[in-house]
Design a protein around this ligand. Structure first.
Ligand SMILES: C[S@@+](CC[C@H](N)C(=O)[O-])C[C@H]1O[C@@H](n2cnc3c(N)ncnc32)[C@H](O)[C@@H]1O
Length: 229
């Protein structure tokens, strides 16, 4: 897709055929779990303006960094797995940034232990979403993000559900319940998935034969920091 195809989404169903837009990379589409750049473009266009500070506490290959720079926002990006120099090494539960320092936060977290990101002991991609401790950890991250986000500003969290070994885990709903303890809801968007490894004829055949569904979308939970604690 080209940059000209970029439009502000008007519904809660977002479907982008490719990870990137335009001629320049935004993040690295070979990075495991890379975020579609259009998702971040849409969010920054809607909820921020030029000069705003945009924080991504799990920014991986830096899709948020690249889109934010292009839109003249000021990104501050963290991860435990450092693959580029603009990213600061930090645990999302304890960010080296002052309180009320961010105008917007985007996060695309692990949604279970399905992808290996690094050997770091605090990597949340080591904990299965079938274990309640996974959601406890995500809630610690949420509380930290509430601390860094200015009052009235928006947090957007992208997460997928899990169907594994005949067991469905509604990860997005469980995370939403935790986020709703600390933030007000703005909306929930379904972001279509395209490039997952199960998008093959064999897997589509298995899904029909064994009566399960392949994951077709991720949840984009859009929350506002209006509550006091
Ligand atoms: C889905 S990937 C993010 C992809 C990224 N948005 C991109 O476009 O490249 C999830 C990221 O969370 C990071 N991560 C996992 N646990 C973390 C933690 N406790 N603190 C900071 N980053 C963490 C992983 O290293 C990984 O890069």
């Amino acid at each position: 897709m080209t940059k000209k195809d970029l439009v502000l989404e008007s519904t809660t169903l977002w479907d982008f055929p490719t990870q990137n837009y335009g001629n320049r990379p935004h993040g690295d589409n070979k990075y495991r779990g890379v975020t579609p750049a259009f998702v971040i473009w849409n969010l920054l266009e809607r909820y921020t303006k030029a000069g705003d500070i945009v924080v991504d506490p799990m920014c991986g290959s830096g899709t948020t960094f690249d889109v934010a720079i292009e839109l003249k926002r000021k990104p501050i990006c963290f991860d435990l797995n450092i693959v580029r120099k603009e990213v600061i090494k930090a645990d999302a539960k304890n960010l080296p940034i002052k309180s009320d320092g961010a105008d917007f936060v985007f996060i695309d977290s692990p949604y279970s232990d399905n992808l290996k990101y690094s050997n770091h002991p605090n990597c949340l991609g080591k904990i299965s979403c079938e274990d309640d401790r996974f959601f406890d950890q995500l809630e610690f991250v949420a509380v930290e993000l509430k601390r860094v986000l200015k009052q009235g500003k928006v947090l957007a969290w992208l997460i997928g559900d899990q169907w594994k070994k005949k067991k469905f885990t509604p990860t997005g709903f469980y995370l939403y319940q935790r986020l709703a303890r600390h933030f007000d809801s703005v909306d929930i968007v379904a972001v279509a998935r395209h490039n997952q490894t199960s998008n093959t004829r064999v897997w589509h055949h298995r899904a029909r034969q064994y009566n399960f569904y392949l994951r077709g979308f991720k949840h984009l939970l859009i929350m506002r920091n209006t509550k006091t604690e």
